[in-house]
Design a protein around this ligand. Structure first.
Ligand code: PBG
Length: 310
């Protein structure tokens, strides 16, 4: 009766990795228990999510090497892996599950950066925003419900919002990765989308310094002013102070991403006999709710939902 917060499957967003082929499941070594699935497998996972009461999937493509280029133009291809997965899930499940898509060029660039780069490898903000607008429209046309820009370029939320309105996608939401830190916790994700070996340099010129808290508030303020419907803090657990500050300052839906390195930490702890998986999963997810999150992106989503159903 005195419990202040509740965790339900409706709080969870399930990130899934898509790969080419039919009937393909590729386990990801640095994310034990997580696989890349071909589009048919993604449809099965989507059905599982809907049956479990998970309201939304977040899709990420493992683009074939030969389709990656310096300009990341595969992101604009209406038949790319991401768009095929979106259409397949929509065809099979209608509105039973929401579809969130990541906007950033890293699964499509030969250098693994989220944007276009100059001759010195420096990410070019304004040139990148133009491509991100095209990528967002491509995803919206294929059926995305929520566009989630994770690239951290300045001005992209306003540009994407305007383009969505102009092109007949007024009902597509934007969940901005507003406070995204240049983190050491993204390693397994980069394995999963095949960008780790390709990445030249780091992402510190556009992702945030872990030393900064006030900057997160400035980033959120800008993205909300430009038209974001909700904002995300990423990584999750090490940044719950940021979640709380954002929630208190802006009173908008705040989401957090329990990222790949956090998932791997829990699984490593379980494998070492140091912790109980079910308890760790439920405790960490409840911590996000207590901090003020409306929802959490987590690779443990299906497992957690099963536990919550009892
Ligand atoms: C791409 C992107 C990243 C993640 C989500 N979108 C990686 C990065 O910025 O390098 C990380 C998610 C995770 O680690 O689980 N822009």
């Amino acid at each position: 009766m005195h419990r202040e917060n509740v965790l339900t499957p409706a709080d969870l967003i399930w990130p899934l990795f898509v790969t080419e082929g039919q009937g393909v499941e590729e386990p990801i070594a640095s994310l034990p228990g997580v696989s890349r699935w071909s589009v048919d497998g993604i449809v099965e996972r989507a059905r599982e999510a809907a049956d479990l009461g998970i309201p939304c999937l977040a899709l990420f493509p493992n683009t074939q090497r030969e389709r990656r280029s310096d300009d990341g133009k595969e992101a604009l291809n209406p038949d790319n892996l991401m768009c095929r997965a979106l259409r397949a899930v929509r065809d099979a499940l209608g509105d039973r599950v929401g579809l969130l898509t990541d906007v950033a060029l890293d699964p499509y660039t030969s250098h693994g950066q989220d944007g276009l780069v100059d001759a010195n490898g420096y990410v070019l903000n304004d040139e990148t925003v133009e491509v991100l607008v095209g990528q967002s429209l491509n995803q919206a046309s294929a059926g995305a419900d929520i566009i989630a820009p994770s690239d951290m370029m300045d001005g992209r939320i306003g540009a994407i919002r305007d383009a969505l309105e102009d092109e007949g996608h007024a009902n597509v939401q934007i969940m901005s990765y507003a406070a995204k830190y240049a983190s050491a916790f993204y390693g397994p994700f980069r394995d999963a989308v095949g960008s780790r070996g390709l990445l030249k340099g780091d992402k510190k010129t556009y992702q945030m310094d872990p030393a900064n808290g006030e900057e997160a508030l400035r980033e959120v303020e800008l993205d909300l002013a430009e038209g974001a419907d909700s904002v995300m803090v990423k990584p999750g657990l090490p940044y719950l102070d940021i979640v709380r500050r954002v929630k208190e300052a802006f009173e908008v839906p705040v989401f957090a991403y329990q990222v790949s390195g956090e998932y791997a930490m829990i699984e490593a702890s379980v494998a070492a006999g140091a912790g109980d998986r079910d308890a760790l999963v439920l405790e960490t997810l409840m911590a996000f709710k207590r901090a003020g999150c409306s929802g959490v992106l987590t690779y443990h989503a299906a497992h957690a939902a099963r536990l919550l159903h009892g």
